[in-house]
Write a protein that binds this ligand. Structure first.
Ligand code: CAA
Length: 283
């Protein structure tokens, strides 16, 4: 299937990045969120990102305007009725996602592919809330979306081969490298990344070293672009906790137990960069 128009649900950090890369690849985008102010915030972030590309001489001013023209805002899910693909990047909550997918199943033509950018929730369970599980797939982008090359493509139990091929081809069209994985908690990316971040938090909790020292070890010793605690702040500590809980619930193994310090920070509202404080301060 040739994708010409997509709807992206959720205009936050991930959703706006996903909308941007599609518009840059010449695809028309409906950027949807529940409130107009969220849509506007997403549009502002895309505009700023593109302006930076213009400043660096990688994009012309006219090209920037053409990309922005390809993105329309929406607060009405009914606008999904003429898209070939929906990519859902709403909050990480199975009930919310399942209810969005059930609604999309009613609104969109039966041929529309319904993808989710979930970072760890079961694709098969989300698919079960629709009457088209063969058209449901995981399309997991990494943050920051315009920079990171990976798209983790997750097949649910019923995902059709044709749907997988369409999403694989689309990922290439976006300039990304798709990698196919199966539907298990955390998939591959977060099954491996989050226990490392959680272990870094245990290292702070147990007083092994200061956050700066832990990040320095991993940056200079392992060549990671960001230390695990800086990365946790960047991803959002609430998201990190949610993913650890999904892994712990899904596998039951103690090695996935979220660190008590992570839980404490989230309870305190220390969510990382977005709240101004996490393992570091951002004001
Ligand atoms: N949006 C768009 N572009 C951005 C950006 C953003 N938020 N942040 C940085 N960039 C761009 C910069 O403009 C710069 O572009 P050019 O090289 O073209 O000039 C480039 O990225 C490098 O940026 P900086 O020089 O400012 O900083 P850096 O070299 O430290 O790179 C980084 C920043 C790319 C974020 C790098 O630190 C990095 O790769 N960090 C790790 C990111 C990572 O692991 N992401 C995955 C998180 S897990 C996830 O997303 C999945 C999940 O389910 C939780």
């Amino acid at each position: 299937m040739n994708i010409q128009k997509v709807m992206v649900i959720g205009a936050g950090q991930m959703g706006s990045g996903i909308a941007q890369v599609h518009a840059m690849a010449g695809i028309n985008v409906v950027l949807h969120d529940i409130k107009e102010e969220y849509v506007q915030k997403g549009m502002t972030s895309i505009t700023k990102n593109l302006a930076r590309q213009v400043e660096k001489g990688r994009l012309g001013e006219t090209e920037k305007l053409e990309i922005l023209e390809r993105i329309e805002g929406s607060t009405d899910l009914g606008n999904a009725r003429d898209v070939q693909l929906v990519i859902e990047a709403a909050i990480e909550n199975i009930k919310v996602k399942s209810s969005i997918f059930a609604e999309l199943d009613q609104i969109t033509p039966p041929t529309t592919i319904l993808a989710t950018n979930t970072s760890s929730l079961p694709i098969t369970e989300i698919a079960a809330s629709t009457n088209r599980p063969e058209k449901v797939i995981g399309m997991h982008f990494m943050n920051p979306v315009p920079v990171m090359k990976l798209v983790e493509i997750i097949r649910g139990l019923a995902t059709g081969d044709e749907v997988y091929e369409t999403i694989r081809a689309l990922s290439h069209r976006l300039g990304k490298t798709p990698v196919e994985v199966n539907d298990f908690p955390g998939f591959v990316s977060n099954r491996i990344l989050m226990p490392m971040i959680n272990e870094a938090i245990f290292t702070v909790y147990e007083g092994v070293a200061e956050p700066e020292a832990i990040d320095e070890v991993m940056k200079l010793g392992m060549n990671h672009p960001m230390g695990p605690l800086t990365l946790a702040d960047f991803i959002g500590l609430d998201t990190c906790l949610y993913i650890m809980e999904t892994l712990h619930e899904g596998f039951g193994d103690d090695k996935y137990r979220p660190c008590p310090l992570l839980k404490k920070y989230v309870k305190a509202g220390w969510l990382g960069k977005k709240s101004g404080r996490g393992f570091y301060k951002y004001i």
